[in-house]
Design a protein around this ligand. Structure first.
Ligand code: TTP
Ligand code: MG
Length: 353
C-alpha cells in the first residue's frame, strides 16, 4: 500500500503578507485587486473568510461583505520564493513530489530517503520544518492514495493534519458534502444536488454505468475513489511534458504512400515508448520538415487518452493528409504526443470490482 501526503499551505498569499507585516495579524486581509475596479480576490485571511469572502469573488463584493478588510496587491516573487523553500523541504524526504500549484503538492513517501515508515510522523516533521523555515502553517492529509490525501488536507484547515487509513474511507467520504470532492466544481455540484446527491453516501449508491451517464468520464473516477481505489501515481515536475519520435530521410520524399508507411513506423515507436513509460496522451503533433528546411508542426486533440500505435497513426494520418502539399518534398517526419497522463489511472480503475 502506498503512503501519500498532500500538503497545502494555509491562506498562502495572505499568510505571507501577514508574516511580512505582523500588524496585520488577526485582521481581515484580502490579497487581490482593489475593490474600486474590476479586481478579484486571490485569497484572504481566515478572519475575512468568516464574512463570506473567498478566492475568485470580485473585490467589490468582498468589500461589501467585509468593509473593514485591508486590501493588498500580491507580491508574486515573494510567494515563489516561499514555494521553493517548501519544495526543498519535501525533497529532503522524497523525489516523488508532484507540485499542483505554488502552495500545494503530493508526496509519495512509501519509500523515502530517511527510511521513516510512519507517514503521519513524516507529515508532522514536514509541518514543523515549514513553520520553522517560513513562519507559515500548512495542512496535511495522509492516506493510501492521492484522492484521500487531498481530501484529508482540507478537512482540518488551518494547521491541520488528517490521517485517513483504509478502514476510515467510508467514515470520511460518506458525510462529505459533494462540493468538497476535489474536481467537483460549482456547476457539477449544482447538477448533482438537483438529483438529490448531496454527499458521498448519496453518490455511493449509484452504479458505475449510471455515474458515467451522469458525469461522463469523471463518473468512472468518482465511482472508484469512493471505494478507496485511486491508482494515480505521484508524477514529478521533471516528467516529460511531451514524447516524440522523428526520422530524417536519406532522400527527400514526396510520395504520400511511402510517407504513410514511415508514419506508421513512427507511431509504433512512439507507442512502444509510451507503454514503456506507462503514460498516454491526448494531443498529437505532426512535424514536417521540407527539403528547404522549413519546419511546420500541426496538432490536434484526440478524443481520449491514447497510446496504441493504430490510434496514434490514425490521428497522424489525418494531419498529414490535411496538410499534404503535392508540390513539396519532405526531409523529416516526426510524431509527438503531449497532454500526458499516467496509464495506471484508468486501466486499473476500469477493472470492475
Ligand atoms: P489555495 O490553496 O486554494 O488557497 P489558500 O492557500 O489561500 O487558502 P487555504 O488555506 O484554503 O488553502 O490557493 C493558494 C494560493 O493561490 C492562494 O493563496 C492565492 C492563489 N489563488 C488565486 O490567486 N486565485 C484563486 O482563485 C485561488 C483558489 C487561489
Ligand atoms: Mg492553500
Amino acid at each position: 500500500m502506498k503512503k501519500i501526503i498532500h500538503i497545502d499551505m494555509d491562506a498562502f498569499f495572505a499568510a505571507i503578507e501577514v508574516r511580512e507585516n505582523p500588524r496585520l495579524k488577526g485582521k481581515c486581509v484580502i490579497v487581490g485587486g482593489p475593490p474600486n475596479g474590476r479586481g478579484v480576490v486571490s485569497t484572504c485571511s481566515y478572519e475575512a473568510r468568516k464574512f463570506g469572502v473567498h478566492s475568485g469573488m470580485s473585490s467589490y463584493h468582498a468589500w461589501n461583505l467585509c468593509p473593514e478588510a485591508i486590501f493588498l496587491h500580491p507580491h508574486f516573487n515573494l510567494y515563489i520564493k516561499v514555494s521553493h523553500q517548501i519544495r526543498e523541504i519535501f525533497y529532503k524526504w522524497t523525489d516523488l513530489v508532484e507540485p499542483l500549484s505554488l502552495d500545494e503538492a503530493y508526496l509519495d513517501v512509501t519509500e523515502n530517503k530517511l527510511g521513516e515508515e510512519d507517514a503521519v510522523k513524516i507529515a508532522k516533521l514536514i509541518k514543523a520544518e515549514i513553520l520553522e523555515k517560513t513562519g507559515l502553517t500548512c495542512s496535511a492529509g495522509v492516506s493510501y492514495n492521492k484522492f484521500l490525501a487531498k481530501i484529508g488536507s482540507d478537512l482540518n484547515k488551518p494547521d491541520g493534519l488528517t490521517y485517513i487509513p483504509p478502514e476510515k474511507t467510508n467514515e470520511v467520504l460518506f458525510p462529505l458534502p459533494i462540493e468538497k470532492f476535489s474536481g467537483i466544481g460549482k456547476v457539477t455540484s449544482a447538477k448533482l444536488k438537483k438529483k438529490g446527491i448531496n454527499n458521498g453516501a448519496d453518490l455511493y449508491k449509484y452504479e458505475l454505468k449510471d455515474l458515467i451517464k451522469l458525469l461522463g468520464k469523471a463518473g468512472n473516477f468518482y465511482y472508484y475513489v469512493l471505494r478507496g481505489i485511486d491508482k494515480r501515481a505521484v508524477i514529478t515536475e521533471f516528467e516529460p511534458k511531451t514524447l516524440s519520435c522523428e526520422t530524417t530521410f536519406y532522400e527527400d520524399n514526396d510520395n504520400l504512400d511511402e510517407l504513410l508507411i514511415i508514419l506508421k513506423q513512427l507511431a509504433e515507436r512512439l507507442s512502444k515508448r509510451l507503454k514503456e513509460k506507462g503514460i498516454r496522451g491526448s494531443n498529437l503533433t505532426l512535424k514536417i520538415k521540407y527539403d528547404n528546411f522549413e519546419l511546420i508542426t500541426r496538432s490536434c486533440n484526440t478524443r481520449s487518452f491514447i497510446d496504441e500505435a493504430s490510434e496514434l497513426f490514425a490521428y497522424g494520418e489525418q494531419l498529414l493528409i490535411a496538410n499534404w502539399d503535392n508540390s513539396r518534398k519532405i526531409r523529416l517526419l516526426g510524431l509527438g504526443i503531449s497532454k500526458l497522463e499516467n496509464t495506471e489511472t484508468e486501466e486499473q480503475l476500469l477493472i470492475p470490482l
